[in-house]
Design a protein around this ligand. Structure first.
Ligand SMILES: Nc1ncnc2c1ncn2[C@@H]1O[C@H](COP(=O)(O)OP(=O)(O)OP(=O)(O)O)[C@@H](O)[C@H]1O
Length: 222
């Protein structure tokens, strides 16, 4: 498994707000490697994660996930690829309203075609690893931003994705928790050989990363 972006250009917005978020980007991410994606605000880190995660189609270029060009797939194929192969932990958490922390993971297991009952022990273990064993029955609106994000991480790790995309995992937590979460992401990456890309401004994350990719600021690009 590898992720290779080839000459990727993405423009966002319309009219006056039209912005080139990525311009002719070439980069490769390898399996079993935790890569920290760093660079100034606005340098396109979140955009790269969206393109790599088949959530956004580039204007130009190829996004090769183990040789398959995500940019060339139909919408249905992209959705299937996202469900089966890609794990996300984004700042919003993207949790389902109304479901408890434990149910969020059970639903993900079920969507991925696993028998939820067989996953229960693993789900408890993961929620404990992200420090949420005391929040199993809480629903998203009863959780802090950092807690919601950690549920999203546990949910992503449950499915052992080939590609793990993480946006600012430590932005809403204290330093000790940041170190624990980063260690968990690193352990998972190494254990399952995932391609892991973490957009971050946090030195705790860059210190634990195996590699760093530096994104250029808009001024440096032009
Ligand atoms: N919907 C949009 N319309 C127009 N421009 C956008 C849109 N979303 C993002 N941008 C612009 O695209 C560029 C890249 O944004 P992106 O969010 O990928 O940067 P980032 O490196 O993740 O920033 P940060 O570190 O602040 O999260 C920025 O200049 C941003 O202002």
């Amino acid at each position: 498994m590898s992720l290779h972006l080839e000459d990727v250009t993405v423009t966002l917005g319309q009219g006056d707000s039209r912005t080139t978020a990525l311009s002719g980007l070439d980069v490769t991410f390898r399996p079993g490697v935790l890569t920290a994606l760093v660079g100034p605000s606005g340098s396109g880190k979140s955009t790269l994660l969206a393109v790599a995660g088949a959530l956004l189609r580039p204007d130009r270029g190829r996004v090769l996930l183990n040789g398959t060009d995500l940019a060339a797939l139909t919408d249905g194929e992209r959705a299937r690829t996202r469900r089966a192969r890609i794990g996300y932990m984004f700042q919003s958490g993207n949790l389902l309203t109304g479901l408890t922390a434990e149910e969020q993971l059970l639903a993900a297991a079920s969507l991925a075609g696993r028998r939820p009952r067989s996953q229960r022990a693993r789900i408890r273990e993961l929620l404990t690893e992200v420090g949420l064993d005391h929040r199993l029955t809480h629903r998203p609106h009863q959780l802090s931003g950092g807690e919601r994000q950690r549920i999203a991480l546990a949910r992503a790790l449950l499915l052992e994705p080939e590609l793990l995309l993480v946006d600012e995992p430590t932005a809403a937590v204290d330093r000790t928790r940041a170190e624990d979460l980063t260690a968990l992401i690193a352990r998972t990456t190494h254990r399952y050989g995932a391609v892991t890309v973490v957009a971050t401004h946090d030195p705790v994350v860059t210190a634990a990363a195996d590699e760093t990719v530096d994104m250029l600021s808009p001024a440096e690009r032009s």
